[in-house]
Design a protein around this ligand. Structure first.
Ligand code: PLP
Length: 455
């Protein structure tokens, strides 16, 4: 076995880590952790620490760690056939079965699923589908995409442009043209303190409509949004939001893309966030929970009205020229089939509702009265604690977030992983859907102790 010190050195000298302060890491000032195993809601590191993962990796290990049902399916597939492509009508039993399982669970009105690798590439696919669709319809000017500030849709050129967090744009020359951002549906950060939730929703809808009018509805192709804002702060929408948005989109012939990379396959306590909030999307982005991250796999679920036009397009122009080498990779597909079965068998969608509600209750009891906690919010197995320097004015400690990381570090010392959400002082929780009520209580208790230590 390679010694820990040696690995740490190789890590610093060779490994370009994503979303990392590169210079600090190089200088050995940033934390390094080598993970060796996992079981249920816990991971184990090389120093033998057992950590309760309150973020399921990156909101993705929904079924929990160490699931033999999934790893055995992966091993069997790798043994039988590790790879073949899915171009021009090729498939495997796993990829075809998974497409059937996804479509059986998808919201009404969806027609087909296209498989990719991760959430970012699935959103790149979605935008190409939208542009192709409007070109085939003879509307070549209708190309702009509306996204929201604080939305997160990935780190590619297009998906990073859709993302509405400055951190992902700054010095990368993003966003690309054709992307416009509208207000985040974030009630805690409403522009006027005395706005009711209904007033705030009406304000957001007015702002959306004003943006569409300014840009010209004939130039706007689609709107993209996460049913619950994820990386931008774990923010459930204000009452009536999705109804209002969809009414405006329908009036202007604008497609709806539901980015369900986090919310797909049970995290909100419903199979899809679209069903949870009555969203009728034209496209749905899926990834993370599709395989519980046991293997990389994503997808774009395409609605019927788009599918009909895509088919018309290939009749008129030939083969649809878009494909990834690893689309519908057999190992990812086998992981997906086993994972979706397991989610059903273990009742994890229901568990997300009950234990998720328990987690928010326990968190509210544990930290809700703290002088620096603005609110505890969430939906299903998602929870956020908003930190504030002044509860009355709801002021931020630091718009880029410098307090939450200290709380997260204090929690880690106590064996619990939480996430300091980017560009904000918020603590985020998105545990595996198999979390128990005892584990939820423990997360809340450790949050309270750690908050007390830091603030
Ligand atoms: N969309 C949403 C809502 C996400 O949360 C993420 C990742 O966190 C992505 C897209 C990008 O997915 P990936 O990191 O797999 O490319």
């Amino acid at each position: 076995m390679i010694a820990n010190d040696q690995l740490a050195q190789w890590d610093r000298e060779n490994f370009f880590h994503p979303s990392t302060h590169l210079a600090q890491f190089d200088r050995g000032e940033a934390p390094q952790r080598i993970i060796t195993g996992g079981e249920g809601s816990h991971i184990i590191d090389r120093d033998g620490n057992r950590l309760l993962d309150g973020f399921a990796g990156l909101y993705c290990v929904n079924a929990g760690y160490g699931r033999k049902e999934i790893t055995e399916a992966i091993a069997k597939q790798a043994d039988e056939l590790a790879y073949f492509h899915s171009y021009a009508g090729h498939g495997t039993e796993a990829s075809i079965t998974l497409s059937k399982m996804v479509m059986d669970r998808a919201p009404e009105g969806m027609a087909r699923v296209y498989f990719g690798l991760g959430g970012s590439d699935a959103n790149e696919t979605n935008i190409k589908l939208v542009w192709y669709y409007n070109n085939i319809r003879g509307l070549p000017e209708k190309k702009k995409i509306i996204s929201r500030w604080r939305g997160y849709h990935g780190s590619g050129l297009m998906s990073g442009s859709l993302t509405g967090l400055e951190l992902f744009h700054k010095k990368f020359d993003l966003p690309l043209s054709n992307i416009v951002h509208t207000e985040a549906p974030f009630y805690y950060r409403r522009p006027e303190a005395d706005m009711s939730e209904a007033d705030f929703t009406a304000y957001l809808i007015r702002e959306l409509e004003a943006l569409i009018e300014r840009e010209g509805p004939e130039t706007i192709a689609a709107f993209i949004g996460e049913p619950v804002l994820g990386t931008g702060g774990i923010v459930p929408p204000p009452e009536g939001y999705w109804e209002g948005v969809q009414e405006v989109l329908a009036r202007h012939d604008i497609l709806m893309i539901a980015d369900e990379v986090i919310t797909g396959f049970g995290r909100l306590g419903s199979m899809f966030g679209s069903d949870h909030y009555g969203i009728k999307p034209d496209l749905i982005t899926i990834a993370k929970g599709l395989t519980s991250a046991y293997a990389p796999l994503s997808g774009s679920i395409v609605g019927q009205r788009m599918w009909d036009v895509l088919c018309q397009g290939t009749d008129e122009h030939g083969v649809f020229g878009h494909g990834w080498t690893y689309s519908a990779h057999p190992i990812g597909a086998a992981a997906g089939v086993a994972n979706l079965k397991l989610i059903d068998e273990l009742g994890l969608v229901e568990n997300a509702t009950t234990v998720g509600a328990h987690l928010r209750r326990a968190m509210t009891e544990a930290v809700g009265d703290h002088v620096n906690v603005g609110e505890v919010r969430g939906e299903g197995m998602l929870c956020a604690v908003e930190l504030t320097s002044d509860r009355a004015t709801r002021a931020s400690f630091d718009p880029m977030g410098s307090v939450a990381p200290k709380v997260v570090a204090a929690m880690l010392k106590r064996g619990v992983i939480a996430r300091a959400m980017p560009q904000a002082d918020m603590l985020g929780f998105a545990p595996p859907l198999c979390l128990t009520t005892e584990e939820a209580d423990h997360i809340a208790a450790v949050t309270a102790e750690s908050l007390k230590e830091v603030l």
